[in-house]
Design a protein around this ligand. Structure first.
Ligand code: ASP
Ligand code: MG
Length: 378
């Protein structure tokens, strides 16, 4: 039986950076998760990088788990939990690193095994924090739910899963399932990982398999923004965005979500939301099929070959092209060429590379600044 009204809530490393972050994630699930939340977690912030380093050092003959041990112990301590709670995983990691070190060789399958420590540990920490708050929860290794991939270690591609089996497995988990992102197994049962930042993809695949009503990505940004806020301080979060425009943005390198994380949700008609851990009341950005044609959504500075361009995403019209060109020329920036992307969803305005930052700010100011809303003039 598919569970009614399941909400998949994914928390990345940035959301789980310390004890306070873990507590905040738990209270967000309690307040916003409805009756049937399924939680997906990444490793604690920085842990996957530490594990990559530990694996590489082991391949050079040096076994050192201290950084990883200390990182987890200190978060457990901040949570008032037993700091030695994860020591048996650290012992497993030490054995694994020792065997890598003895052979002075790191196989891809072993690196995946080393990396798996991060998500397995964070799932246990987060589930423990639920329990401490009086909410029954169970850490779950995603491969035990039947999420399988090919054998391309380090960047495995998902295989179609048996939805009914995944649903059954999830429904049998006592309390709130706290599922490891990023990890899977191949059909021979070897551990695999989905590539860096792959937990988003895990959450989307799980949401697809269990027929969730929505998948929420709880991030350190208030949604998907109209431009990179580091370049355009005026950038604002979009309330709604079509799947197609989100994919176009992903292809342009605006990496809010893993670029492949949208497809499973699109296939299954699962609503996708990007929400803000710092302000859980903020609605963030909702991605949906039906948001098509909302008009311009964002501007991205991009490089096509040796040329720089500002790309306007979202049903750019001839009128947008004219006003963007006018604004750029008024700012003394020459538009060398214009072109529509293959999908027709992005309009490129070619500029000299040294102008690309100025051009992005200028186009954003002219077409996307707060006074101009998506829905037309207000
Ligand atoms: N922990 C993995 C990484 O850092 C996966 C993820 O964060 O999504 O890449
Ligand atoms: Mg991450």
């Amino acid at each position: 039986m598919p569970r009614e009204g399941v909400l998949v809530m994914k928390f990345g490393g940035a959301a789980l950076k310390d004890g306070a972050g873990v507590r905040r994630a738990v209270s967000i699930v309690e307040e916003h998760g409805g009756d049937n939340p399924v939680v997906v977690v990444s490793a604690l912030e920085g842990v996957t990088d530490l594990l990559v380093q530990a694996a590489r050092s082991a391949a050079r003959g040096e076994v050192d788990v201290e950084a990883v041990r200390v990182r987890h112990r200190s978060v457990l301590r901040e949570l008032g939990a037993d700091p030695e709670r994860l020591d048996r995983y650290v012992r497993e990691l030490t054995l694994l690193l020792s065997s890598i070190s003895a052979r002075r060789d790191l196989r891809a399958v072993e690196l995946d095994h080393v990396l798996s420590f991060g998500e397995r540990a964070s799932a246990r920490i987060v589930a423990g924090c639920f329990e401490a708050a009086g909410v029954p929860a169970t850490p779950v290794d995603s491969y035990d739910l039947g999420l399988t991939t090919d054998s391309n270690h380090g960047n495995a591609r998902p295989l179609p899963s048996e939805h009914a089996a995944v649903q059954r497995a999830v429904s049998e988990v006592p309390g709130v399932p706290v599922v490891t992102g990023f990890l899977a197994k191949d059909s021979a049962g070897n551990l695999t990982t989905l590539g860096r930042n792959g937990s988003d993809l895990s959450a989307a695949l799980l949401a697809e398999a269990i027929g969730a009503v929505a998948v929420e990505f709880w991030k350190g940004v208030p949604g998907i923004l109209t431009a990179d806020p580091l370049v355009v301080p005026d950038a604002r979060p979009l309330e709604r965005l079509s799947f197609a425009d989100a994919e176009e943005l992903g292809q342009l390198g605006a990496r809010v979500l893993h670029p492949e994380a949208i497809a499973p949700a699109t296939r299954a008609g699962v609503e996708v939301r990007v929400r803000y851990v710092e302000d859980p009341a903020h609605p963030g950005t909702t991605l949906a099929e039906s948001q098509d044609g909302a008009g311009l959504v964002a501007a991205v500075a991009t490089t096509k070959g040796s040329l720089s361009a500002v790309a306007l995403v979202g049903a750019a019209s001839g009128e947008h092209e004219a006003s963007a060109t006018r604004a750029l020329e008024a700012a003394g920036i020459t538009v060398g060429w214009t072109e529509l992307s293959e999908s027709g969803r992005a309009l490129y305005l070619g500029v000299n590379s040294r102008d690309s930052v100025g051009a992005l700010r200028c186009v954003h100011e002219a077409l996307l600044a707060p006074r101009v809303s998506n829905d037309g003039p207000t």
